[in-house]
Ligand binder design. Structure first.
Ligand code: GLU
Length: 632
């Protein structure tokens, strides 16, 4: 089928799917929005987030004439209220923006940054440095590093919102924060996911008086169905609204309080902890008010690769998202996936992921000279594609390629290097917003793991991140992700915007730690190569090959059920997703919007907003003007 026809057919299929439930989603801003609709089609603007309150906030802004950037900030701020364990002003993220007026894609790197005083040995327990062991022993990832001041990076989210609004918005922070302030004051209804995430963090949250007071009232997680209010956060947002991020967050009393919460977390003594809650070590950090004052977001060029006629834009380093998704697509472009059966196509997807991950590990970090151009060069991808055996999985880990010498011709296979164990976690949140003018925002934001560092800044209503755990735990001089003062830890966040002939086609992203990259890649392959519409591409079972030395492919149970036997035949080792920290055996919580031109000259851009039907309890897609239900 020709490309345009295939695309229209898929759009029609998705429209049909959107209407099978008979509901087009809550179109207006519901004062206490709880209804979740995973797919909805229409015009005039669209949003997809994990949460109906956040989606309703974006729709409210769009309806009042705000643009996609205004709506994205409103939704993100609302997620800071309703998803406080995944994202908020205590964290960072990456903002990708397609500007309809110029046809350009812009990005903001709002990643958290290591304090100036963070030394290469920051993750070594000083108590273990002795005459016999002068190098000392690293802290354990858990509990020491995850619940600590030492892992808190200088937050980038308030500065990201401010910069996005200044660059492209029509509202100021004051107006953009208004819906979130309303939700924080009047409260939202606690669901299973919120309660469970609180319970999963109970031991960590109980360590800190500020966190226990806010999230464990009466010693327990808030009950399902109760209304959770966060007046402290509403006040903090009001402060930002009045003074701006620079004056209200990165300077003044709040900056001092953040620094002191990092240097001297508000701990309860061991005997003040509830019965059965162990006293955790909680290493302290070095962040000062000067670190906050020095923080700046980076406006930077996106990565770009072309894939089967589409242009795929992503985040350049400090995230590894854009280069790794891009390289994998360049590799996959060498194969006719659309003509393969599903297991064969998935085999290629898994192998391309492993190769791209090998290069991510060797070359990508927040260091000068990352070979972004080579990693996203289709000649490099072509050469890497030589290493895929169409019938058998390569032994893992596969070795990185040589970005300094490649010509697209198949080389002899180099010896494999071991890839470090990956310690990234799954939390974070993602949102996609578009407006009636065709501007599009794809934004992933995080406080790292669910519950971040566990430290609420006393009286301020938000949790500080533990993003610096994304640095390599073991320091090596040749590792681009080694700890250094003032540096940003490597991310996997992959907010992605796909254009076709310069117009938006698809915007997508997801949380999920280092599985983010493969989930975004898999959804693009599902949509462009495997004949799925956008809802199906999102809902399809997922698997993630990250080039671990064990060779294992982290997989959702449905993926194992559907493809396990066939992929075993290729030599893949599928293991169920989920670990001690994450009760759910699922990968990611994606959001997306697909676009198609309206009918006729000047026809309105049509949008299909898609959210997760079930993962993380299901997401929330909304449009400003739902399309009329097609007659049967
Ligand atoms: N810290 C992760 C990253 O930057 C994101 C965390 C997550 O998605 O769980 O890649």
């Amino acid at each position: 089928m020709p490309r345009l026809k295939r695309r229209l057919a898929a759009v029609t299929a998705a429209l049909a799917l959107a209407f099978t439930g008979g509901a087009a989603g809550p179109a207006a801003a519901d004062p206490r929005a709880t209804e979740k609709t995973p797919t909805v089609a229409g015009t005039g603007g669209a949003v997809s987030t994990v949460d109906p309150e956040a989606s309703a906030a974006a729709i409210e802004v769009l309806r009042k004439g705000g643009n996609a950037v205004d709506a994205a900030v409103a939704a993100a701020a609302t997620l800071g209220v309703t998803e406080p364990y995944s994202a908020g002003i205590g964290g960072g993220g990456y903002f990708v923006y397609y500007e309809a007026a110029t046809g350009k894609v812009h990005t903001i790197d709002g990643r958290e940054t290591a304090p100036a005083g963070m030394q290469p040995d920051a993750f070594i327990d000083p108590a273990t440095k002795t005459a016999e062991n002068p190098a000392g022993t690293p802290y354990r990832f858990s509990p020491e590093l995850v619940t600590s001041g030492v892992s808190v990076g200088v937050p980038g989210t308030p500065a990201t919102w401010e910069r996005a609004l200044e660059n492209w918005g029509t509202l100021g922070l004051r107006e953009a924060l208004r819906p979130a302030i309303k939700v924080a004051d009047r409260g939202f209804v606690v669901d299973e996911t919120f309660r469970q995430q609180t319970l999963d963090n109970r031991t960590r949250f109980a360590q800190f008086s500020s966190t226990a007071d806010l999230f464990l009232p009466g010693g327990d997680a808030p009950a399902v169905g109760s209304v959770f209010r966060n007046h402290d956060l509403a006040e903090t947002y009001r402060l930002l609204a009045q003074r701006g991020a620079e004056g209200g967050f990165y300077a003044g009393a709040l900056a001092e309080e953040i620094a002191s919460a990092v240097q001297a977390p508000p701990r309860l003594s061991a005997d003040a902890l509830p019965a059965g809650v162990p006293y955790l070590p909680v290493p302290v950090g070095s962040m000062t008010a000067a670190d906050l004052a020095a923080y700046a977001v980076r406006d930077q060029a996106p990565t770009r690769v072309s894939y089967r006629g589409y242009d795929v834009y992503g985040m350049a380093p400090s995230s590894s998202g854009g280069t790794t998704v891009g390289e994998a697509l360049n590799i996959l472009e060498q194969f006719e996936l659309a003509g393969m059966d599903a297991p064969a196509a998935l085999h290629h997807y898994l192998e391309a992921s492993a190769l791209a991950y090998a290069d991510r590990g060797k070359y990508v970090g927040d260091v000068p000279g990352v070979p972004t151009a080579a990693l996203t060069d289709d000649v490099f991808g072509k050469e890497r594609a030589c290493l895929i055996d169409p019938l058998a999985a390569a032994p893992k880990p596969v070795a990185p390629g040589n970005v300094n010498s490649y010509d697209g011709v198949c080389p002899a296979a180099p010896a494999a290097l071991a890839e470090d164990a990956d310690t990234e976690n799954i939390s974070t949140t993602n949102l996609t917003v578009a407006d009636r003018w065709g501007n599009v925002v794809e934004y992933t934001l995080t406080i790292e793991q669910t519950g971040g560092s566990g430290i609420v800044v006393p009286g301020r209503g938000f949790i500080l991140n533990n993003e610096l755990t994304d640095f390599s735990t073991v320091w090596r001089a040749d590792d681009p992700n080694r700890i250094e003062p003032g540096k940003r830890p490597r991310s996997s966040m992959s907010p992605t915007i796909v254009l076709q002939d310069g117009e938006p086609f698809l915007a997508l992203g997801t949380p999920g730690g280092s599985t983010i990259i493969t989930t975004v890649l898999q959804m693009i392959v599902n949509r462009i190569d495997l004949g799925m519409d956008v809802s199906q591409a999102l809902a399809a079972p997922r698997a993630s090959q990250r080039n671990f030395a064990s060779g294992t492919v982290t997989s959702e149970p449905e993926f194992i059920a559907a493809y396990g036997e066939a992929l075993k035949g290729y030599g893949h080792k599928l293991v169920p997703a989920g670990d001690a920290l994450t009760s759910a055996a699922e990968i990611g919580a994606a959001t997306a919007i697909e676009f198609s031109p309206g009918d006729g000259e000047g026809g309105e851009l049509r949008m299909i907003a898609a959210a997760e039907p079930t993962r993380r309890g299901g997401g929330s897609a909304m449009v400003v003007a739902p399309a009329p239900t097609p007659s049967p």
